[in-house]
Design a protein around this ligand. Structure first.
Ligand SMILES: Nc1ncnc2c1ncn2[C@@H]1O[C@H](COP(=O)(O)OP(=O)(O)OP(=O)(O)O)[C@@H](O)[C@H]1O
Ligand SMILES: [Mg+2]
Length: 462
């Protein structure tokens, strides 16, 4: 839950306006639905002929009386008027018409709340995608070793999609349902606090059971996304090395390896989906258990005749309580989905928080042309553990043409890559006109260079 709020705090602020509108319409629609449920009370009373009292119209501006009580009284007065002048069936029809109008208003506001939630949902996903892409562009070449490329791709596509399908898809419920539950619970308190306290003791027990399942879900999701990253790496490697694979008749070997990983992924996803499928039946069962207990307790309150709650009110109460169960169920489902998404968010964050070791200094020395010479002074460099370049000195005068000749793998390309700071030297330094390239802005440094590569790359662009 803490992680979830943190994600909201990070990504939702640009969409604050929409969030307020969403919350506003959520509250509005919940209140309207309470009103439409409330119509069930007079309907029941008419059907079972429970009220024989006659009502008088109370003027709206009467002082010393709650507006709510006046409204209820006048509403009953209006209905009894209809019964007396027309018939009971006519009164029922009018109540039905009220119900239709109320429900129409309720569904409209409920639609509006979703309407304003949608741009938040897709906007946040768009932003995450842009952030990751921006980060990937800024990270140094050294970050993307071959085995990492597939994994980065799986994070940028699979994990971002997972975030969209889980966290963002649940956003609506995460906001709507708690509002509904709180307002409904408040009304339930107003109708009968004894019954509601009783309900509140039951609910946490059910909630605890559900929470235990959610925790495990996040762990397995992380495993699944890792496995998926591994698969992507294998695909990327295979596509890149297809020539080698075929030349050495290694199709079988590669296929075996792929099938093994694929099966492992299959097993993990099965575990996740099964656990997730458990959420619904579980909450349904727990929900029905609570309803049964409430029915028993509330029923005995009415039958004991101590006037805490009338039968019609109790039915209204049950309707509200029943209406809480669905949002609560959805909320638990959403909470599961969020857990899954959080695992993906963690993986995306690994990229977002990756350090770029190749930095421009705060106050760079400004140089925009080569006047004299480029010097490599006592440089040493290694990619991993073995030194590729050791104590090399080289001076290149302006206008000179220099060719590096050597065996394959002797470090020619590496020497060249050090100059635009694709990698940084470990020891020594490279100087342009006496200025260490680490003291220059990376942009200025590369701005001075042209680069023709061993492998040609064509971009699908002009
Ligand atoms: N990204 C990398 N990660 C780890 N090691 C690397 C990497 N790139 C090159 N190497 C290793 O560094 C050494 C020098 O490689 P480099 O590509 O500079 O050689 P080269 O002289 O350009 O070879 P060629 O003539 O084949 O282009 C080699 O042993 C190579 O295996
Ligand atoms: Mg080379």
């Amino acid at each position: 839950m803490k992680d979830f709020i943190q994600i909201l705090r990070r990504f939702v602020p640009p969409y604050k306006k929409y969030l307020f509108l969403n919350i506003f319409f959520n509250i509005f629609s919940t209140v309207l639905s309470l009103f439409s449920f409330a119509l069930i009370i007079p309907i029941l009373e008419i059907l079972f002929k429970m009220k024989e009292i006659s009502y008088n119209f109370i003027p709206w501006e009467t002082t010393g009386m709650d507006l709510k009580d006046i409204a209820i009284n006048n509403f009953y007065w209006f209905i009894t008027e209809q019964i007396n002048t027309h018939s009971e069936a006519w009164a029922l029809m009018i109540l039905g018409a009220f119900l239709v109008v109320m429900t129409f208003a309720k569904t409209c506001t409920s639609y509006l709340s979703s309407y304003f939630m949608i741009p938040i949902r897709s906007g946040v996903v768009r932003d995450i995608r842009t952030f990751v892409f921006k980060k990937v562009i800024s990270l140094p070449i050294g970050f993307f070793t071959t085995e990492r490329k597939g994994d980065v791709m799986s994070r940028m596509t699979g994990d971002v999609a997972e975030i969209e399908n889980s966290i963002m898809a649940s956003l609506d419920m995460m906001f709507k349902n708690p509002i509904m539950i709180i307002i409904y619970l408040g009304t339930m308190f107003a109708i009968s606090w004894q019954l509601t306290i009783f309900v509140l003791i039951l609910l946490p027990v059910a909630g605890f059971v559900m929470g235990q399942i959610g925790k495990k879900l996040k762990r397995t999701s992380l495993e699944a996304q890792q496995q998926w990253g591994g698969l992507m790496s294998q695909i990327e490697e295979t596509l890149g090395g297809l020539r080698i694979i075929k030349a050495f008749n290694a199709e079988h070997k590669i296929l075996d390896r792929f099938i093994k990983s694929n099966n492992k992924f299959f097993k993990i996803t099965n575990r996740i989906s099964r656990r997730q499928a458990m959420a619904h039946p579980m909450s349904e069962f727990l929900g029905t258990c609570t309803i049964a207990i409430v029915l028993w307790y509330g029923g005995s309150l009415i039958l004991s005749g101590d006037n805490t709650i009338s039968a019609a009110d109790f039915i209204y109460y049950l309707v509200i309580f029943y209406s809480i169960i669905n949002p609560a169920k959805d909320l638990s489902k959403a909470a599961y989905a969020v857990q899954r998404g959080l695992a993906s968010m963690q993986r995306v964050d690994k990229i977002l928080s990756a350090e770029n070791p190749i930095k421009s200094p705060a106050n760079p020395v400004r140089i925009n042309s080569l006047n004299d010479k480029i010097e490599y002074r006592d440089i040493s460099f290694k990619y991993n553990t073995d030194w590729v370049i050791k104590d090399v000195n080289l001076t290149i005068k302006k206008g000179q043409t220099v060719a590096l000749v050597g065996q394959s793998g002797s470090g020619k390309s590496t020497m060249a890559d050090l100059l635009p700071r694709f990698y940084d030297v470990e020891k020594g330094g490279i100087f342009i006109d006496g200025v260490n390239i680490k003291d220059m802005a990376v942009f200025d440094l590369r701005e001075m260079m042209g680069n023709v590569n061993q492998e040609a790359i064509l971009f699908n662009d002009s």
